[in-house]
Structures are given as C-alpha cells and as structure tokens.
Write a protein that binds this ligand. Structure first.
Ligand code: PMP
Length: 289
C-alpha cells in the first residue's frame, strides 16, 4: 500500500505528493522541520516537537498557518491514515512558493508537509565515528536551536564519515569543543557521571537529549551539562549518541581509538534498558479504542 503524504490539508499517495519547484524550501532551504517517532500506536513527545517547531519558526520569522492544537491534530490524522503503529514522522514547514529572489515576503503561504513512514529501531546498535573537520555552524551564522532545512553543513560532515568508512561524524564548535553528531546529540560517561555539552553550545536542543537527562536523574545517574573537549571523548568510559531516529547508539570507536571496553558500557546499558518504559509514559495515542 502506498504511503499517504499530507500536503496542506490533503492526503496524497506518495507518487502524487509533489510541491512546486518555486517553493523556497527547495530553492533556498528556507523552512523548518521536525522528526518524530511513532511507538506502540502513539506519538512520542508530540507536544515537545510541535513546541520546538514553533520556536524554529519564530527564529526564522515564519508564520505557521495554523495553531499548535490544529497542527497536532493534523499530525495524528496523517499517522492514522497510514495505519502505522511504529515508524517515523517528518513534519516540514517551507516558506512556500515565491519568485527567484530571496525575499520571503514574496512567499504568500508556507506549505505544511507531513510524511509518515516505517522506520526500524536502532536503539543499542553500536557505531564507529570520527571527529569531523567540518565545524558546527556557530550562532553568528545560523541559530543552531532552529531546526531548519539547512543541513549541508551536517551533510558535509556525514560525507567525511562515509569517506573514512565509519558510521557517524562528531562535529566541534568553532572554538574546538564537542558539539554534536550530524543528526544526534552526544553524551559521554566518565566515572559513572553522564556528561553532555550544554545547550549554550552550538547544538540542537534535542528532545531525546532532554529525555535522557530526565530519565538518568530518575535512575540516580549524576548528569553534568558542561563544555566537552575532543580528548575527553577518546578517554571516556562510554560514549553514545541520541536522537529521534537514532534513538540511543553506543559509540565504540572514535578516530581509531577504542572507547572504554569497546562494548556497550554499563551506564549506557542501564539507560537503554529503561528507555522503553520512559517512551510508554510519553505517548500521545493515535488510535482511539
Ligand atoms: N542534533 C541535530 C543536528 C539533529 O538533526 C537532531 C535530530 N533532530 C538531534 C540533534 C537530536 O534531536 P532530537 O532528539 O530532538 O531528535
């Protein structure tokens, strides 16, 4: 059965789901998005994702043409139409159709796109990484807290990882501190404390990151949000990445150095073991019984 894609209120079969070549989302990457997981027939942290979308919109001065409650209902409608109980939602708002110039005032109405698609679980699957030579965009260039359609910076880092034959690239800030991976936040464990760069670093304020901080505190694992240097990653007991799509992925090698034992460490394991329970407590049900 083809997927049904939501575009501006309509649910279209995927081969008919098209937007204009004059949309500034395509021409200039002018737009914002969210990636959201569907688990057990519910949407994980839907409210938090929609809140962040509106914050991204505010940062780039884009007016989403409906209110938050209506948008949440449209997301639920799109998931229901696809009858998926597990999967992934890509919620995109583009600046809309304009002319050849940059001027966003020419774009009369933003377009809302909701793609719902199956996605496998990745939680617990170990990966290898490099530290990229491409730095994460600083505040002065593009506000990192806005989840915009401008991912070329991250894609260049990802290409570097692929060229190096590993799975992921870790990006540093311009001043050389650890920021995040290309589509995930990063944590390290040292002496049983969980450490992660603060949101004042050039990172996306990840919803999975916040979930892990909350869960770890409940589990009695101390958490420190502070600047992290690249060498601290090499000598960490454990490192993992986290994000909506990736979930929680242990990093067992960085730049050819084995991290800790080279296996999934005990603190990461503990968090992974409790994550499912945490997910179940934060679901917006899609299918009414
Ligand atoms: N950083 C970047 C650059 C991302 O694209 C993502 C994925 N949205 C994340 C971090 C993780 O954020 P979240 O946990 O909200 O998916």
């Amino acid at each position: 059965m083809p997927l049904l894609v939501y575009i501006d209120g309509e649910l279209l079969p995927e081969d008919k789901a098209k937007i204009s070549v004059f949309d500034h989302g395509l021409l200039y990457g002018d737009g914002i998005f969210e990636g959201i997981r569907i688990y057990y027939g519910g949407i994980f942290k839907l409210r938090e994702h929609v809140d962040r979308l509106y914050e991204s919109a505010k940062i780039i001065r884009l007016e989403i043409p409906m209110d938050k409650d209506k948008l949440m209902n449209e997301v639920i409608r799109a998931v229901r139409a696809n009858k998926l109980k597990e999967g992934y939602i890509r919620l995109v708002v583009t600046r809309g159709v304009g002319d050849m110039g940059l001027d966003p005032r020419k774009c009369k109405r933003p377009s809302i796109i909701i793609i719902v698609t199956p996605m496998p679980r990745f939680i617990g699957k170990p990966i290898r990484a490099i530290i990229s030579s491409i730095r994460r965009m600083p505040y002065q260039c593009l506000p990192p807290h806005a989840k915009t359609l401008n991912y070329l910076n991250n894609i260049l880092a990802k290409i570097e990882a692929i060229t190096a034959g590993v799975d992921e690239a870790i990006m540093l800030s311009l001043d050389g501190y650890v920021a995040e991976a290309t589509g995930e936040n990063i944590f390290l464990v040292k002496n049983d404390t969980l450490i992660t760069p603060p949101t004042s670093a050039p990172i996306l304020a990840g919803i999975t990151r916040a979930s892990i901080i909350e869960l770890s505190e409940k589990l009695g694992i101390p958490v420190a949000e502070r600047p992290v240097t690249p060498d601290e990653l090499y000598t960490a007991d454990e490192v993992f990445l986290c994000g909506t799509a990736a979930e929680i992925r242990p990093v067992v090698e960085i730049d050819g150095r084995t991290i800790g034992s080279g296996e999934v460490g005990p603190v990461t394991r503990k968090i992974i073991d409790h994550f499912d329970e945490y997910i179940r407590m934060h679901l917006t049900p899609v299918y009414t019984t």
